[in-house]
Design a protein around this ligand. Structure first.
Ligand SMILES: [Zn+2]
Ligand SMILES: [Zn+2]
Length: 747
């Protein structure tokens, strides 16, 4: 009988593709295995089998697969189910999900990793010989130092430890040439050892801390909720010790033989939490995120489908795609964070919402935790869809910080400011420094100055490829586009009027750092933003230094708001709340509340309360007193009222439809046509087409249509209609080059 397979290709194409299976490969094909397949005239791809069957598709030529790459499936049934759900709900292709979900290395050859280690050459493997050699090397001090370091570290005639070549050279502080010289003299030699990429450090397991009465109560309530509901929201104030509760829940799941997925919104947070969890769960925990090398991710992936998978996976968004054999609990920490939503490229999914779906396939429970719930989650919790547990006391006697609102309009007028800092903030900072306490400053803009302007003619440098002005990065002496990365040297003279005077408008984190260093020359200052955290260790170092008290002041973008626990922070400064409050989006207030409440929550000390300075020119904004009073419920009620009135989530669902093209006239024509066709079906639920705030990025013009639908209508039906309209018009030659995509439940 003829055998066929349906496969997913790693391409942005809808649906699966059918291939035939030659006689000799029929035994080896199974769903979840990868196969090499031909496509078009000359291309081959690594595709993934979703099903094996005997039904021949009629109508087009079916090609045979070339090779089967796996002996056993690399993904499990529930993973394919999740992909199918994401594809249907978020309107993206299975191929796009396949590309995003599976690490590159799994799509090709995988080589075991080896390490070069060092030992004494046989003829020198004698204590006396080594001592003589050390003396004889007195004229080559660096060679001597290298040999000496080797003996001290590895103790070859005693306890015998191994050392890698790399580590030895680093420890002895010499270069590779010195090592080569000792090798050529026949003193040291190199040998190769195969090593795994996963940490095999020894962890001392300590019993987990017992819960304080408030935590214990919350823990019991969560378990009670889980008897009725599959999802529970834990709303706990900042520094309430939510992690401790998570640890107890994880430990219960492990006792039942279940696996746990613990999701965090930001890689920066993983180190702190990993250390904490490793102390309790030792090597049962694996960490997974995109700053790991692909090879490391492949190893974790393989471990999870093997006989001894990790019981706990700690990771960011992408860890949702890992294969789980027996998932019992998903924890989504800081559930309100935007970074759970993937923006670009597709799949544009929300990992928090997809986690709830994934858990349901395993009959597992999901716990969402945060101090500032998203409106959607709190709505689900108060209307009974989710369970709700509140935790209102901070741990270790920490009090909630006092928040002082500073009217910057008044302070500027009275000239009671130093640069971007008001007098009260300056005074508080200087006191904190004297008392050896720490400070966190928050400014949601990176770079030096967001806007550079010619003082004479008003010329503003703009990006060549996008509709935005360029940001000055002073340290690099460059102007950078934050949308496409386009970079030019900072101008010395204005190309418009040839004058040489420029004004820097606004404050980026870099400029705050400069001004602060002038104000407090002795202070040890570190900055945490996209520019200073490009490598995996950079984050960890900045946070580690601050935690160990090696840094006095930490300046950062929203990165400093994300659930980091420090216990010596006396002062938190929100430099300029206005940019948050002015943002043109219906979620601006929600985001402003979350960000400011979270940043404020970083203030606190073991022995007392911290102080927060909220600088703004918009003191009348209704959200400000709510932040000051830490009054989430009033904030929520107000927001919910507005959302209902103006037809926004959670009452309505949003779909943003983006269209991009190089030729603005073709794009306008197309987007008008789309708007018209969609209005015929969706009526006044369609808004636009409009220009988004940045209407041109990377040389492509952008138009956007907004669809607002009652949440009682089926998203899948709506998606079908949208796809039909798109397919009908994209066939037209004139519009074929237009790129069109959907953002479902956009953030
Ligand atoms: Zn000028
Ligand atoms: Zn640009």
């Amino acid at each position: 009988m003829n055998k066929f397979v349906d496969v997913i290709l790693p391409l942005p194409l809808q649906g699966t593709f059918t291939y035939s299976v030659p006689e000799n490969l029929q035994e080896s094909v199974a769903p979840g295995c990868r196969v090499k397949v031909p496509l078009g005239k000359s291309k081959t791809y690594t595709a993934l089998i979703t099903s094996v069957h005997n039904t021949e598709t009629i109508g087009y030529e079916i090609k045979p697969i070339i090779e089967v790459l796996d002996e056993t499936p690399i993904i499990l049934e529930n993973q394919v189910k999740l992909w199918e759900w994401i594809s249907k709900y978020y309107l993206c292709s299975l191929g796009e999900i396949y590309k995003a979900a599976v690490p590159q290395g799994l799509k090709g050859e995988f080589k075991p990793r080896t390490e070069q280690r060092v030992r004494l050459a046989t003829k020198c493997n004698d204590k006396k010989v080594v001592n003589l050699l050390l003396q004889s090397l007195s004229r080559a001090p660096r060679q001597q130092r290298l040999l000496d370091t080797f003996i001290k570290v590895t103790d070859p005639f005693g306890n015998k430890k191994e050392i890698s070549k790399h580590k030895l050279i680093e420890t002895a502080q010499v270069n590779a040439t010195i090592y080569k010289q000792l090798q050529e003299k026949g003193i040291l030699e190199t040998y190769e050892v195969e090593i795994g990429r996963l940490t095999k450090e020894y962890h001392e397991i300590v019993p987990h801390n017992s819960l304080n009465p408030a935590q214990k109560k919350a823990f019991e309530e969560i378990n009670e909720c889980f008897k009725q509901k599959n999802v529970t929201l834990l709303h706990g104030v900042t520094s309430a010790g939510k992690t401790e509760i998570y640890i107890h829940l994880i430990s219960e799941a492990l006792k039942k033989g279940q696996q746990v997925l613990y999701m965090l919104p930001e890689i920066a947070l993983t180190k702190q939490i990993t250390e904490r969890l490793r102390r309790v769960f030792g090597s049962r925990i694996g960490v997974y995120h995109s700053k790991f090398s692909d090879a490391e991710r492949v190893e974790i992936w393989k471990k999870q489908i093997g006989d001894e998978p990790y019981d706990i996976i700690l990771g960011v968004r992408s860890s949702l795609f890992l294969p789980f054999q027996n998932l019992g609990l998903i924890i989504v920490d800081e559930e309100h964070e935007n970074s759970y939503k993937q923006q670009d490229p597709a799949p544009r999914y929300n990992a928090r919402n997809a986690a709830v779906v994934l858990a349901s396939y395993y009959n597992a429970k999901t716990l969402l935790g945060t101090a500032t719930p998203s409106i959607e989650s709190y709505y689900n919790a108060t209307t009974g869809k989710y369970g709700l547990v509140s935790l209102t006391t901070r741990h270790r006697e920490m009090r909630l910080p006092k928040i002082e609102v500073i009217d910057m309009q008044e302070y500027c007028r009275k000239k009671l400011t130093v640069g971007p800092f008001s007098d009260p903030l300056v005074e508080a900072m200087s006191n904190a420094l004297k008392e050896k306490k720490q400070i966190i400053l928050f400014q949601n803009r990176r770079g030096y100055a967001p806007l550079l302007e010619c003082k004479t003619c008003g010329w503003v440098p703009k990006c060549k490829h996008c509709d935005v002005s360029l940001t000055l990065h002073k340290n690099a002496d460059k102007l950078v586009c934050h949308y496409c990365g386009y970079t030019i040297p900072a101008p010395k003279i204005c190309p418009n009027c040839e004058e040489n005077k420029f004004i820097n408008m606004g404050y980026g984190t870099e400029k705050i750092e400069d001004d602060l260093q002038n104000l407090f020359p002795e202070a040890r200052i570190k900055r945490m933003d996209l520019d200073t955290t490009r490598t995996r260790t950079a984050y960890e170092n900045i946070i580690g230094d601050f935690q160990q008290g090696k840094t006095d002041i930490l300046i950062g973008t929203q990165m400093v708001s994300k659930g980091l626990d420090f216990d010596n922070v006396a002062v938190v400064g929100i430099i300029n709340a206005d940019t948050l409050l002015n943002y043109p989006d219906f979620r601006a207030t929600e985001r402003a509340y979350q960000l400011m409440a979270q940043v404020a929550g970083r203030a606190g000390r073991k022995d007392g309360e911290g102080k927060v300075f909220l600088q703004t020119k918009m003191t009348e904004a209704p959200v400000i007193p709510l932040i000051v009073r830490n009054d989430y419920t009033t904030f929520y009620d107000q927001q919910l009222g507005e959302r209902m009135l103006f037809h926004y989530p959670p009452f309505y669902r949003l779909v943003y439809i983006y269209m991009k093209h190089r030729d603005v006239r073709v794009l306008e024509e197309f987007s008008e046509l789309m708007g018209q066709k969609m209005r015929e079906i969706f009526d006044n639920r369609i808004l636009g087409p409009d220009l988004p705030p940045v209407a041109r990025v990377k040389q492509l013009y952008i138009r956007k249509i907004v669809l607002k639908v009652e949440n009682t209508l089926s998203q899948y039906k709506i998606n079908e209609v949208l796809l039909n309209i798109q397919q009908a018009f994209c066939q037209i030659a004139r519009y074929r080059a237009i790129s069109m995509y959907y953002d479902i439940d956009p953030l």
